[in-house]
Design a protein around this ligand. Structure first.
Ligand SMILES: NC(=O)c1ccc[n+]([C@@H]2O[C@H](COP(=O)([O-])OP(=O)(O)OC[C@H]3O[C@@H](n4cnc5c(N)ncnc54)[C@H](OP(=O)(O)O)[C@@H]3O)[C@@H](O)[C@H]2O)c1
Length: 285
């Protein structure tokens, strides 16, 4: 049994990692900025530090007596006025500084599949800058590079429920998204794994057309897909990058880019998209 500090426990992936850590009977300390978000889930035996990880002084000594740190901290859909550089880079750098100070054995960081190749995107630029800090820090590390999460595939199901799915291009690009529970197992096991970088996706590689037809099937709707030409996607990218701030366009820029390329990682896990969409449907009936 090791003592783990988890940052990001209130998020989609962090919640599954916390459950997996407890299932494996590790001692767990979490840093959260809003304790009530965690308390709703009724976790027992978890030491909670309430702090602003973006402010170094507020996490002083947070890693004392900790063996391993796992961080999923990053901006996904939050709109709290901070940039990827403030959170994905600087907040994780603050945590790394504390980890080094306290002699933590290993730091596990969740980046993105293909993050190294997509550094022209604001989110990847910040994440990969942190990856570089981690690599040169002298601390042992593991960088997990996951494909898109099932949570991000929900939108296709909701479009299908409304009767029409919109896809860019011809819908033939492929990806193998992964369920948080499957990914959490890999993240937790990485603390004892010698691999420094792990690319990972879910067990099924599907084209966007196939994902849409699974969604229509579960929603019990006729398949209706509108294909948006690639030139429109490029114009949208140009407009948002030119006329809006990165706080607005960062996540849109990311999705518009990864939807126009194959995103395929080694297949892992057992949860299928069909089962995930089935659960979404049951929860919304
Ligand atoms: N979603 C995907 O498809 C995907 C794919 C590949 C990689 N990733 C990466 O995996 C990581 C986890 O993703 P997720 O979907 O689990 O994200 P999520 O649900 O949005 O969770 C993000 C976590 O980061 C914390 N956080 C965000 N901004 C913060 C701030 N300013 N100060 C302190 N904490 C902050 C959140 O805390 P609060 O609860 O307080 O907001 C939350 O615990 C992210 O780094 C993401 O970029 C995501």
């Amino acid at each position: 049994m090791s003592k783990i500090l988890l940052a990001g426990a209130t998020g989609y992936l962090g919640g599954y990692i916390l459950s997996e850590l407890l299932r494996q009977q590790h001692e767990v300390r979490v840093i959260v900025r809003n304790r009530t978000k965690l308390e709703q889930k009724n976790y027992e035996k978890v030491e909670v530090i309430e702090a602003e990880i973006t402010k170094l002084e507020s996490i002083n000594n947070c890693c004392d007596n900790i063996d391993f740190v796992i961080s999923t901290v990053g901006i996904t859909k939050q709109k709290d006025g901070l940039t990827y550089m403030d959170v994905d880079y600087q907040a994780n750098k603050n945590l790394l500084k504390e980890a080094k100070k306290s002699g933590v054995k290993k730091f596990v960081y969740i980046s993105l599949l293909n993050g190294q190749k997509l550094k022209n995107l604001k989110i990847c630029e910040a994440k990969e800058l942190f990856v570089n800090e981690l690599k040169k820090s002298g601390i042992d590390y593991c960088i997990i590079r996951p494909n898109g999460f099932f949570s991000d595939m929900s939108e296709i199901f909701y479009m299908a429920q409304k009767g029409r799915v919109y896809l860019f291009g011809d819908g033939k690009y492929k990806a193998n998204p992964i369920h948080g529970e499957d990914l959490a197992v890999v993240c937790v096991n990485s603390i004892e794994n010698a691999r420094k970088e792990i690319n990972i996706g879910g067990p099924e590689t599907l084209s966007q057309n196939e994902i849409a037809s699974i969604a229509f099937n579960i929603a019990e709707k006729e398949i209706k897909i509108t294909y948006i030409p690639n030139w429109i996607r490029k114009i949208i990218l140009f407009i948002i990058r030119t006329f809006t701030s990165q706080k607005f366009y960062g996540s849109i820029e990311f999705f518009l880019t990864v939807l126009s390329m194959d995103m395929i990682a080694p297949e892992k896990g057992k949860h299928t998209l069909e089962e995930f969409y089935g659960n979404l449907k049951n929860n919304h009936m």
